[in-house]
Structures are given as structure tokens and as C-alpha cells.
Design a protein around this ligand. Structure first.
Ligand code: F6P
Length: 545
């Protein structure tokens, strides 16, 4: 895919030469209205991108690039149910999961009957469980739910369970286990009563090694501790696109919730993959989450590109990556409840667009997805922000905060938000040598000391960021926020010419791990591997027991 020779790309290259040397300080001084002109609003979301290294003209040129890439056509193809995930010959219809009615995407190919029926079954099950009517072995009500899954079968529901914990069921425990390391499951099991614990095995394929190990260990724990016959019927449900595999595992066919091949794992939290989340927050709030996402879908489909949140956000990412040369993008939530958002977005963005070959099978002519990383912003300030301020690297940042606290306590929220705004301002505007010198003079430092310290006290600034301010962290706003990022990823994939919905790059490691496992158990097989792997296996065999 060669976007680089296009007219829109060339126009952006020329534009970069015009504005690249202008600092954010100057841009703000020249245009006091930038905070209005370079911001968008969507219901409870205010998206401020005035601290990006752009001017209004940049947005128009970026929109031209999106047009030239055929974004409108690709969006129509996705919403129309075409098999745009060509390498897997699948439609991409996670947007169907937030529709309230059908037919969708069309009369001929209507997925809504099964979507709505599954949503109804989920709600019925969640209500029964939440009201203590879901009974475990020997009639004790289920009190703890353990979601066993990994990647898209874990990160989304876990992230949102934490984000919405202020409205979670007060007494039900909802836990997430993903890691093959038994250090996650084993200590959790010690805190649980097998008679009152339900496991939800979530796996689209029902073959994922981590999930199968954890599910088998959970089943063994039940068998060992129920002191009776193994009771999978009351203690296991499954969410999968391969129901026959769940049934072979021992889960009753009536306890299997379907997902479909037209939902990618990392886009699946809106489906039965979100069952644990629905149990935690209730079907009503889950419905609000879907409604928020659906409102964002409508906005994405209908708003002009220059006023379209996902499009503008995506194109700013393209600008930073391909025109300014940024290699990473930091996600910095100033809200403890968004703790897991960075990991969720890592999968969403990097598993979707972390590719260097286009849809056409040809190498991309430009770099695609940046490395997405992040941490709660306030904690990060006292850890890695030093590099953001003075490390000399270009690191675009997404600051995300909510105006209202779900757990108010004194002045914490105002102080937290002051820190959030201070960081984006400090990153954008920095501190000049003159300002640093003046400050030290006012502090009464000796001239020699000022000269010595001055290089350390200068902040280059000009570090671009966007701030996503949410009115509050409720289900509807979160639904819109997550759909915003999903569509951002889609738009970027279209511009880069990528199929954002396959993930062949995860396969190699899985296959090699399956070959290495027997060699860890049987030393004679280790010779089949490279010298480094052999040495590591030998070390493990020496120290494992
Ligand atoms: O290995 C990557 C991956 O396939 C992700 O795309 C997916 O979300 C995750 O593993 C879990 O897959 P499954 O739901 O099939 O267990």
C-alpha cells in the first residue's frame, strides 16, 4: 500500500514544512481562539486537541487524506456487513452488538435476532445471579464469579468492571483470571468457596492455552473441593463461538452463550464476552453502555470528517506518527477507575494495526501503529514523566479525566484535575531559559549556581497532547469513549491500508510455546531448539522443583 505518493499526503508534507518550526507557545499566542476551534464535543465528552502541533488548516488537510483513502466507502462496507476482514473472510460487525433493533446490517444478512436473543439470555442470567437465585452445589447462592479468559476475552470486561465499580453489585465478587501463571488463579481460589463460585470460561476459539489451563484447574479445584460429584452444570458457563468444544469440556449446552466469527476478540466486550461485566453492573447499566457506543457509531457514520471525533482523533495520530515522526503514544488516565484502560487500548490498537503489510499483501510504505503504552497519569508523574518533559523524545499523550469523582473525598478531585491540566500545559509550553533564570533569581540563587543549574531547569515543551474530558464516568459515556477508540483504530487502518481485524502476528509464539512445553518436561527433546532456548530449558530443569 503506497499512500505516500498521493496528493493529500504530499499536501500534508508541504504543510508540515510550513508549520513544523512553530512551537505550541507561538501557536497559542497567535490564535487565542484555538482552544475553541481545535476542540470537539460529543454528549458528555469534550475533546481538546488544541495542544496538538496543528492549526485548523491541518485538520482540513488530514480530512482530505481520509477522503482520499476512501474512508466513507470503507465505513459503509463495514456497517454494511461486507467481509472486510479479508484474510479471515469475515464481516466486521461489532457495531451490530450495540444496535437496539434489526434488521442489521441488512434484510438479507440480519444478525440482530441472535444478538437480541443472546442479550436477553444474558440479562435473564445476570438478574438471577444478582438476586441470589442462581444456585450452586447443594443450593447455595452464587456469591463469586470468576471470568476466565485472556486478551479480548478479558481486558474489556475487566477494564469496565473497574471503571464502573461505583455502581457494581454490593456483595457479589467479580474476578478476572487471564494469566497462565498459577500465581493469579491459585491465591484467588484460596479465597473462594467452591459451593458459591461460578466460573465463566470466555474464549472465542475455546482452544487458547492460557484459558484452557485455567479452566481445567478451576474444574479440578471444584472436583477436589465439592466433596461430591463434579458439578460443572451449576458452576460453569461458557462464552464461545465453538459451543461444541465447551460442551466437550463438560459445560451444558444451555449454559453456553454464543459469539460469532464476525466479532473480533478485541471488539467483543459488547457481546456475551461482557457477561461478567453485566453481572457486576446489571443489565440496565450494560444497556446504557451499548447505547453510548451506538450514539458514537451514529456520530462516526454521519458527522463530517472535520467534526468527527474518531476521524479527527485518528488523523491526529497519523499526523504525529507519519509527519512528525512519533514512535509511541502515551495513554494517561487521571482517574483511578481507568487503571486498565492503557492495557485495553494496547490490545485494541497494537493487535489491530501493529502491522507492516497492507491489505494488498505489499509492504506498507510508511510506519503504522505507534507503541501504545501508559499508566495512571498521577502515578506516572512521579515515575516516567521526567522523560516526557526533558527526555528529548516526541511522545504524544492522551490525557483522560472525568470532571466528577465517583468516590469524592475532600479536595482530592480538584487537586487531581489541577495536576492533569498542569501536566499537559507544562508539556506543551515548557519553560524557557529566560524564565528559568528569572525564577532562580527570584529564589535568590547566586549567579554561579544559576549558571550551573540552568541547563537542567529548561523544559523544551512543544510535546503534543489531547485531553479527553468526560463529564462523568458513567456507562453511557464509557460506551461512547470505547467506541470512539475503536473507530479511531478503524480509520487509521483505512489510511494505512491495513486489515485491522486479523492478528496473524500472535500465531508464531503460540506454536513455538506448544513445541517447547514437552522439552521442559523431557530433556531429550531440548536439542531440537536453538542454543539460547536449550540453555534456558536446562536452567529451568535445574531449578524448577
Ligand atoms: O492471541 C491473541 C488472541 O487471539 C486475541 O486476539 C484474543 O482476544 C485472545 O487471543 C483470546 O482468544 P480467545 O477468545 O479465542 O480465547
Amino acid at each position: 500500500m503506497n499512500r505516500i505518493n498521493s496528493a493529500a499526503w504530499a499536501a500534508l508534507e508541504a504543510h508540515r514544512s510550513e508549520i513544523a518550526s512553530t512551537q505550541l507557545r507561538e501557536l497559542f499566542a497567535k490564535d487565542p481562539a484555538r482552544a475553541d476551534s481545535l476542540a470537539l464535543a460529543f454528549e458528555g465528552i469534550h475533546f481538546d486537541f488544541s495542544k496538538q502541533r496543528v492549526i485548523p488548516k491541518t485538520i482540513g488537510l488530514l480530512a482530505d487524506l481520509a477522503r482520499e483513502a476512501g474512508l466513507a466507502e470503507w465505513t459503509g462496507r463495514m456497517f454494511g456487513g461486507e467481509r472486510i476482514n479479508a484474510s479471515e473472510e469475515r464481516s466486521v460487525l461489532h457495531v451490530a452488538l450495540r444496535q437496539a433493533t434489526g434488521p442489521f446490517p441488512s434484510n438479507d444478512f440480519d444478525v440482530m435476532p441472535e444478538v437480541l436473543e443472546t442479550r436477553r439470555r444474558m440479562a435473564e442470567f445476570a438478574e438471577r445471579l444478582r438476586s441470589g437465585q442462581c444456585l450452586g452445589h447443594k443450593g447455595a447462592p452464587i456469591r463469586n464469579v470468576v471470568n476466565i479468559g485472556i486478551g479480548g476475552s478479558d481486558l474489556g470486561p475487566k477494564m469496565l468492571c473497574h471503571a464502573l465499580r461505583s455502581i457494581a453489585h454490593p456483595t457479589l465478587g467479580v474476578h478476572f483470571v487471564s494469566n497462565l501463571d498459577s500465581a493469579q488463579l491459585a491465591p484467588l481460589l484460596q479465597t473462594l468457596d467452591p459451593r458459591t463460585t461460578l466460573f465463566i470460561v470466555v474464549s472465542k476459539t475455546f482452544t487458547t492455552q492460557e484459558t484452557m489451563f485455567n479452566a481445567l484447574s478451576a474444574r479440578a479445584w471444584l472436583a477436589a473441593n465439592l466433596g461430591d460429584e463434579l458439578d460443572t452444570a451449576n458452576h460453569f458457563v461458557a462464552v464461545t463461538a465453538k459451543p461444541e468444544r465447551a460442551v466437550s469440556f463438560g459445560i451444558g449446552a444451555g449454559s453456553v452463550f454464543p459469539i460469532w466469527d464476525w466479532v473480533g476478540g478485541r471488539y467483543s466486550l459488547w457481546s456475551a464476552v461482557g457477561l461478567a461485566l453485566m453481572i457486576a453492573i446489571g443489565p440496565h447499566a450494560f444497556g446504557e453502555l451499548l447505547a453510548g457506543a451506538q450514539r458514537m457509531d451514529e456520530h462516526f457514520r454521519s458527522a463530517p470528517f472535520e467534526k468527527n471525533l474518531p476521524v479527527v482523533m485518528a488523523m491526529l495520530g497519523i499526523w504525529n506518527t507519519n509527519f512528525l515522526g512519533a514512535a509511541t503514544n502515551a495513554v494517561l488516565p487521571y482517574n483511578e477507575s481507568l487503571q486498565y484502560l492503557p492495557s485495553y487500548l494496547q490490545q485494541l490498537e497494537m493487535e489491530s494495526n501493529g502491522k507492516s503489510v497492507g491489505r494488498d499483501g505489499l509492504p506498507l510504505s510508511v510506519q503504522a501503529c505507534p507503541v501504545v503504552w501508559g499508566e495512571l497519569g498521577n502515578n506516572g508523574q512521579h515515575a516516567f514523566f521526567q522523560l516526557l518533559h526533558q527526555g528529548g523524545r516526541l511522545v504524544p499523550c492522551d490525557f483522560i479525566a472525568a470532571a466528577r469523582s465517583d468516590f469524592p473525598l475532600g479536595d482530592h478531585q480538584a487537586a487531581l484535575l489541577a495536576n492533569c491540566f498542569a501536566q499537559s500545559a507544562a508539556l506543551a509550553f515548557g519553560k524557557t531559559a529566560d524564565e528559568a533564570r528569572q525564577q532562580m533569581i527570584e529564589e535568590g540563587l547566586a549567579a554561579a549556581k544559576i549558571d550551573e543549574l540552568l541547563p537542567h531547569k529548561v523544559f523544551a515543551g512543544n510535546q503534543p497532547s489531547s485531553t479527553l474530558m468526560l463529564a462523568r464516568l458513567d456507562a453511557q459515556t464509557l460506551g461512547a469513549l470505547i467506541a470512539l477508540y475503536e473507530h479511531k483504530v478503524f480509520v487509521q487502518g483505512v489510511v494505512w491500508g491495513i486489515n485491522s481485524f486479523d492478528q496473524w502476528g500472535v500465531e508464531l509464539g503460540k506454536a513455538v510455546a506448544n513445541r517447547i512445553l514437552p522439552a521442559i518436561k523431557d530433556a531429550s527433546l531440548a536439542k531440537n531448539f536453538d542454543a539460547s532456548t536449550q540453555r534456558l530449558i536446562a536452567f529451568v530443569r535445574e531449578h524448577m522443583v
